[in-house]
Design a protein around this ligand. Structure first.
Ligand code: R1P
Ligand code: URA
Length: 312
Protein backbone atom coordinates (compact mmCIF):
# COMPACT_ATOMS: atom_id res chain seq x y z
CA UNK A 1 0.00 0.00 0.00
CA UNK A 2 1.29 3.43 -0.92
CA UNK A 3 1.20 6.00 1.87
CA UNK A 4 0.59 9.62 0.94
CA UNK A 5 3.24 11.40 3.04
CA UNK A 6 1.92 14.89 2.25
CA UNK A 7 -1.54 14.02 3.57
CA UNK A 8 -0.07 12.25 6.59
CA UNK A 9 2.05 15.19 7.66
CA UNK A 10 -0.89 17.57 7.28
CA UNK A 11 -2.87 15.44 9.70
CA UNK A 12 0.10 15.35 12.05
CA UNK A 13 0.53 19.09 11.91
CA UNK A 14 -3.07 19.62 12.90
CA UNK A 15 -2.76 17.19 15.77
CA UNK A 16 -1.46 18.73 18.98
CA UNK A 17 -0.36 15.27 20.05
CA UNK A 18 2.19 14.75 17.27
CA UNK A 19 5.28 13.20 18.81
CA UNK A 20 8.47 15.20 18.91
CA UNK A 21 6.99 18.71 18.75
CA UNK A 22 6.46 19.09 22.47
CA UNK A 23 8.93 20.17 25.12
CA UNK A 24 8.90 19.54 28.89
CA UNK A 25 7.61 16.11 29.87
CA UNK A 26 6.25 17.45 33.15
CA UNK A 27 3.85 19.91 31.49
CA UNK A 28 4.14 19.46 27.73
CA UNK A 29 3.69 22.44 25.40
CA UNK A 30 4.56 22.94 21.78
CA UNK A 31 7.16 25.45 20.68
CA UNK A 32 4.53 28.20 20.54
CA UNK A 33 3.34 27.44 24.07
CA UNK A 34 0.22 25.44 23.20
CA UNK A 35 -0.84 22.89 25.81
CA UNK A 36 -0.74 19.19 24.96
CA UNK A 37 -4.47 18.36 25.03
CA UNK A 38 -6.53 21.55 24.64
CA UNK A 39 -4.03 23.04 22.19
CA UNK A 40 -4.35 26.54 23.72
CA UNK A 41 -1.69 29.14 24.42
CA UNK A 42 -1.57 32.44 26.33
CA UNK A 43 -4.14 34.88 24.95
CA UNK A 44 -6.41 32.16 23.53
CA UNK A 45 -8.47 31.67 26.70
CA UNK A 46 -10.25 34.09 29.01
CA UNK A 47 -9.99 33.90 32.80
CA UNK A 48 -13.81 33.54 32.69
CA UNK A 49 -14.73 30.10 31.38
CA UNK A 50 -17.96 28.28 30.75
CA UNK A 51 -17.30 24.53 30.55
CA UNK A 52 -19.95 22.30 28.94
CA UNK A 53 -19.75 18.62 28.12
CA UNK A 54 -21.35 18.62 24.71
CA UNK A 55 -19.59 20.18 21.69
CA UNK A 56 -22.91 21.14 20.09
CA UNK A 57 -24.07 22.90 23.27
CA UNK A 58 -20.82 24.88 23.44
CA UNK A 59 -21.21 25.97 19.83
CA UNK A 60 -24.88 26.89 20.19
CA UNK A 61 -24.21 29.02 23.29
CA UNK A 62 -21.22 30.69 21.61
CA UNK A 63 -23.19 31.47 18.44
CA UNK A 64 -26.16 32.81 20.39
CA UNK A 65 -24.37 34.89 22.99
CA UNK A 66 -20.81 35.81 21.97
CA UNK A 67 -19.76 38.66 19.72
CA UNK A 68 -16.48 39.17 17.84
CA UNK A 69 -15.68 35.48 18.19
CA UNK A 70 -12.20 34.24 17.37
CA UNK A 71 -11.91 30.99 15.35
CA UNK A 72 -12.72 28.01 17.59
CA UNK A 73 -9.66 26.00 18.67
CA UNK A 74 -10.34 22.34 18.07
CA UNK A 75 -7.91 19.84 19.56
CA UNK A 76 -7.55 16.27 18.41
CA UNK A 77 -8.41 15.16 21.96
CA UNK A 78 -11.98 16.38 21.59
CA UNK A 79 -11.78 19.81 23.27
CA UNK A 80 -13.16 22.87 21.46
CA UNK A 81 -12.46 26.36 22.80
CA UNK A 82 -14.75 29.18 21.65
CA UNK A 83 -13.77 32.69 22.69
CA UNK A 84 -15.39 36.05 22.13
CA UNK A 85 -17.05 38.93 23.90
CA UNK A 86 -20.10 38.83 26.14
CA UNK A 87 -21.36 42.37 26.82
CA UNK A 88 -17.86 43.66 26.16
CA UNK A 89 -16.07 41.10 28.37
CA UNK A 90 -13.72 38.49 26.85
CA UNK A 91 -14.98 34.99 27.79
CA UNK A 92 -14.35 31.41 26.69
CA UNK A 93 -16.77 28.53 26.28
CA UNK A 94 -15.03 25.15 26.29
CA UNK A 95 -16.52 21.90 25.04
CA UNK A 96 -15.04 19.61 27.65
CA UNK A 97 -16.27 16.12 26.78
CA UNK A 98 -17.14 13.66 29.52
CA UNK A 99 -15.63 12.53 32.80
CA UNK A 100 -13.39 13.83 35.56
CA UNK A 101 -10.17 13.41 33.59
CA UNK A 102 -11.48 15.67 30.78
CA UNK A 103 -12.35 18.32 33.39
CA UNK A 104 -8.86 17.85 34.86
CA UNK A 105 -7.32 18.77 31.48
CA UNK A 106 -9.58 21.81 31.12
CA UNK A 107 -8.84 23.26 34.54
CA UNK A 108 -5.08 22.59 34.56
CA UNK A 109 -4.37 23.58 30.96
CA UNK A 110 -6.45 26.77 31.05
CA UNK A 111 -4.91 27.78 34.39
CA UNK A 112 -1.50 27.31 32.73
CA UNK A 113 -2.23 29.79 29.92
CA UNK A 114 -4.10 32.44 31.94
CA UNK A 115 -1.78 34.87 33.71
CA UNK A 116 -1.22 33.57 37.25
CA UNK A 117 -2.01 37.00 38.70
CA UNK A 118 -5.54 36.80 37.26
CA UNK A 119 -8.29 35.21 39.31
CA UNK A 120 -10.17 32.65 37.21
CA UNK A 121 -13.89 31.93 37.28
CA UNK A 122 -15.12 28.63 35.86
CA UNK A 123 -18.75 27.56 35.63
CA UNK A 124 -19.80 24.11 34.48
CA UNK A 125 -23.18 23.88 32.78
CA UNK A 126 -24.15 20.31 32.04
CA UNK A 127 -26.91 17.74 32.00
CA UNK A 128 -27.63 15.23 34.75
CA UNK A 129 -29.94 12.62 36.18
CA UNK A 130 -32.33 13.78 38.93
CA UNK A 131 -32.20 12.02 42.30
CA UNK A 132 -35.07 13.62 44.22
CA UNK A 133 -38.67 12.40 43.93
CA UNK A 134 -39.85 16.01 43.70
CA UNK A 135 -37.70 16.94 40.66
CA UNK A 136 -38.98 16.38 37.18
CA UNK A 137 -36.82 16.32 34.06
CA UNK A 138 -36.14 19.94 32.89
CA UNK A 139 -35.41 21.00 36.49
CA UNK A 140 -32.13 22.92 36.73
CA UNK A 141 -29.96 22.06 39.71
CA UNK A 142 -27.42 24.60 40.95
CA UNK A 143 -24.80 22.73 43.00
CA UNK A 144 -24.90 25.25 45.87
CA UNK A 145 -24.21 22.55 48.48
CA UNK A 146 -21.17 21.29 46.60
CA UNK A 147 -20.29 18.02 44.97
CA UNK A 148 -19.15 14.56 46.09
CA UNK A 149 -17.57 11.75 44.09
CA UNK A 150 -18.81 8.19 43.67
CA UNK A 151 -16.12 5.83 42.46
CA UNK A 152 -16.25 2.21 41.42
CA UNK A 153 -13.55 0.40 43.41
CA UNK A 154 -12.29 -2.49 41.26
CA UNK A 155 -10.39 -4.13 44.14
CA UNK A 156 -13.65 -4.80 45.92
CA UNK A 157 -15.55 -6.34 43.02
CA UNK A 158 -14.17 -9.87 43.53
CA UNK A 159 -15.07 -10.03 47.22
CA UNK A 160 -18.18 -11.79 48.49
CA UNK A 161 -21.13 -9.53 49.29
CA UNK A 162 -19.04 -6.51 48.48
CA UNK A 163 -20.37 -3.07 47.67
CA UNK A 164 -17.60 -1.89 45.34
CA UNK A 165 -18.24 1.86 45.46
CA UNK A 166 -16.75 4.63 47.55
CA UNK A 167 -18.37 7.94 48.49
CA UNK A 168 -16.09 10.95 48.94
CA UNK A 169 -16.59 13.94 51.19
CA UNK A 170 -18.24 17.08 49.82
CA UNK A 171 -16.30 19.87 48.14
CA UNK A 172 -18.13 23.22 48.13
CA UNK A 173 -18.38 25.69 45.23
CA UNK A 174 -17.37 29.35 45.49
CA UNK A 175 -20.37 30.69 47.47
CA UNK A 176 -20.43 34.09 45.71
CA UNK A 177 -20.20 32.66 42.20
CA UNK A 178 -22.75 29.99 43.02
CA UNK A 179 -25.17 32.60 44.40
CA UNK A 180 -24.69 34.74 41.28
CA UNK A 181 -25.35 31.69 39.11
CA UNK A 182 -28.52 30.82 41.02
CA UNK A 183 -29.75 34.37 40.72
CA UNK A 184 -29.15 34.62 36.96
CA UNK A 185 -30.50 31.13 36.36
CA UNK A 186 -33.78 31.99 38.11
CA UNK A 187 -34.03 35.22 36.17
CA UNK A 188 -33.26 33.70 32.74
CA UNK A 189 -35.54 30.68 33.02
CA UNK A 190 -38.57 32.47 34.49
CA UNK A 191 -41.72 32.20 32.38
CA UNK A 192 -40.36 29.72 29.84
CA UNK A 193 -42.93 27.35 28.34
CA UNK A 194 -42.02 23.64 28.15
CA UNK A 195 -43.56 20.58 26.56
CA UNK A 196 -42.05 17.76 28.65
CA UNK A 197 -43.83 15.84 31.41
CA UNK A 198 -47.33 16.00 30.03
CA UNK A 199 -49.18 15.39 33.30
CA UNK A 200 -46.88 17.59 35.37
CA UNK A 201 -46.11 20.56 33.17
CA UNK A 202 -46.25 22.96 36.10
CA UNK A 203 -43.17 21.18 37.56
CA UNK A 204 -41.03 21.96 34.51
CA UNK A 205 -38.05 24.28 34.38
CA UNK A 206 -37.77 24.88 38.14
CA UNK A 207 -34.39 26.06 39.42
CA UNK A 208 -33.36 24.24 42.60
CA UNK A 209 -30.28 24.06 44.77
CA UNK A 210 -28.70 20.97 46.23
CA UNK A 211 -25.80 18.59 46.45
CA UNK A 212 -24.28 17.26 43.27
CA UNK A 213 -23.06 13.70 42.84
CA UNK A 214 -20.24 13.20 40.36
CA UNK A 215 -19.83 9.60 39.24
CA UNK A 216 -16.90 7.95 37.48
CA UNK A 217 -19.27 6.12 35.10
CA UNK A 218 -22.57 6.96 33.49
CA UNK A 219 -23.56 3.36 34.20
CA UNK A 220 -22.18 1.44 37.19
CA UNK A 221 -21.52 4.26 39.63
CA UNK A 222 -24.80 6.01 38.77
CA UNK A 223 -26.71 2.88 39.73
CA UNK A 224 -27.69 1.79 36.21
CA UNK A 225 -27.92 -1.97 36.38
CA UNK A 226 -26.65 -4.34 33.72
CA UNK A 227 -26.86 -8.05 33.06
CA UNK A 228 -23.63 -7.83 31.06
CA UNK A 229 -21.28 -6.73 33.88
CA UNK A 230 -20.69 -7.67 37.52
CA UNK A 231 -21.43 -4.21 38.93
CA UNK A 232 -23.15 -4.99 42.27
CA UNK A 233 -24.85 -1.61 42.22
CA UNK A 234 -28.50 -2.53 42.77
CA UNK A 235 -28.56 -0.64 46.08
CA UNK A 236 -26.25 2.20 45.12
CA UNK A 237 -28.83 4.99 44.79
CA UNK A 238 -30.54 3.92 48.00
CA UNK A 239 -27.23 3.95 49.93
CA UNK A 240 -26.27 7.26 48.39
CA UNK A 241 -29.50 8.89 49.48
CA UNK A 242 -29.12 7.52 52.99
CA UNK A 243 -25.62 8.98 53.24
CA UNK A 244 -26.47 12.22 51.37
CA UNK A 245 -30.21 12.96 51.67
CA UNK A 246 -29.93 16.24 49.73
CA UNK A 247 -28.19 14.67 46.71
CA UNK A 248 -30.08 16.15 43.76
CA UNK A 249 -28.09 15.84 40.52
CA UNK A 250 -25.93 13.03 39.22
CA UNK A 251 -23.39 13.71 36.48
CA UNK A 252 -19.70 13.23 35.71
CA UNK A 253 -17.46 16.35 36.00
CA UNK A 254 -18.46 18.89 38.68
CA UNK A 255 -16.53 17.32 41.57
CA UNK A 256 -13.26 17.54 39.64
CA UNK A 257 -13.84 21.23 38.91
CA UNK A 258 -14.60 22.04 42.57
CA UNK A 259 -11.74 19.91 43.85
CA UNK A 260 -9.18 21.53 41.53
CA UNK A 261 -10.51 25.02 42.24
CA UNK A 262 -9.90 24.26 45.92
CA UNK A 263 -6.42 22.86 45.22
CA UNK A 264 -5.29 25.58 42.82
CA UNK A 265 -2.45 27.73 44.11
CA UNK A 266 -3.61 30.58 41.86
CA UNK A 267 -7.22 31.44 42.63
CA UNK A 268 -10.08 29.78 40.78
CA UNK A 269 -13.74 30.34 41.69
CA UNK A 270 -16.00 27.53 40.58
CA UNK A 271 -19.74 26.91 40.38
CA UNK A 272 -21.99 24.51 38.49
CA UNK A 273 -25.51 23.92 37.27
CA UNK A 274 -27.11 21.02 35.40
CA UNK A 275 -30.33 20.37 33.53
CA UNK A 276 -32.08 17.17 34.63
CA UNK A 277 -32.57 15.05 31.50
CA UNK A 278 -34.29 12.17 33.24
CA UNK A 279 -35.40 11.46 36.76
CA UNK A 280 -33.68 8.53 38.49
CA UNK A 281 -36.11 8.70 41.41
CA UNK A 282 -38.18 5.65 42.37
CA UNK A 283 -41.32 7.59 43.29
CA UNK A 284 -42.77 10.97 42.33
CA UNK A 285 -40.93 12.09 39.23
CA UNK A 286 -39.74 8.55 38.39
CA UNK A 287 -39.46 8.05 34.66
CA UNK A 288 -39.89 11.70 33.63
CA UNK A 289 -37.73 12.49 30.61
CA UNK A 290 -37.01 15.87 29.03
CA UNK A 291 -37.94 16.51 25.41
CA UNK A 292 -35.07 17.59 23.16
CA UNK A 293 -36.64 20.95 22.33
CA UNK A 294 -36.99 21.80 26.03
CA UNK A 295 -33.34 20.92 26.62
CA UNK A 296 -32.33 23.12 23.68
CA UNK A 297 -34.27 26.05 25.17
CA UNK A 298 -32.75 25.51 28.62
CA UNK A 299 -29.24 25.25 27.15
CA UNK A 300 -29.55 28.68 25.57
CA UNK A 301 -31.27 30.45 28.48
CA UNK A 302 -29.11 28.65 31.06
CA UNK A 303 -25.99 29.38 29.01
CA UNK A 304 -26.89 33.07 29.07
CA UNK A 305 -27.34 32.89 32.85
CA UNK A 306 -23.87 31.31 33.22
CA UNK A 307 -22.24 34.03 31.10
CA UNK A 308 -23.98 36.71 33.16
CA UNK A 309 -22.79 35.14 36.41
CA UNK A 310 -19.22 34.87 35.06
CA UNK A 311 -19.08 38.50 34.03
CA UNK A 312 -20.88 40.20 36.94
C1 R1P B 1 -23.16 11.82 30.12
O1 R1P B 1 -24.21 11.64 29.24
C2 R1P B 1 -22.62 13.24 30.07
O2 R1P B 1 -23.67 14.20 30.33
C3 R1P B 1 -23.40 14.96 31.49
C4 R1P B 1 -22.41 14.11 32.25
O3 R1P B 1 -21.70 14.83 33.21
C5 R1P B 1 -21.58 13.47 31.18
O4 R1P B 1 -20.58 14.31 30.71
O5 R1P B 1 -22.92 16.28 31.28
P1 R1P B 1 -22.76 17.05 29.87
O6 R1P B 1 -24.13 17.10 29.26
O7 R1P B 1 -22.21 18.39 30.20
O8 R1P B 1 -21.80 16.23 29.04
N1 URA C 1 -25.63 12.73 32.55
C1 URA C 1 -25.31 11.83 33.49
O1 URA C 1 -24.13 11.67 33.83
N2 URA C 1 -26.30 11.09 34.03
C2 URA C 1 -27.59 11.20 33.66
O2 URA C 1 -28.43 10.46 34.19
C3 URA C 1 -27.93 12.16 32.67
C4 URA C 1 -26.91 12.91 32.12
Amino acid sequence: MEINITKLSLVELRSPTSAGVFTNANFPRDVEGRTFHLGVKQGDVSSKILSVGDAGRAERIALAHLENRTAPITSSRGFVTHSGYFRGVFVSIIATGMGTSMMDFVVRETRAVVDSSEKMKIIRFGTCGGLQDSDFATTIVVASEGSMLVRREPDLVGENNSFPYSFSRIVPPCPELSAALLDSMQERTRGLIFKSNNENKEKNGKVKTGLDVTADSFYSSQGRTSDAFDDRNEHLLEKLKLAYPTARSCQMETFQLFDLARASLHPISAAAACIILASRATAGAAGSIALKEDVALLELCGGLACLEALTR
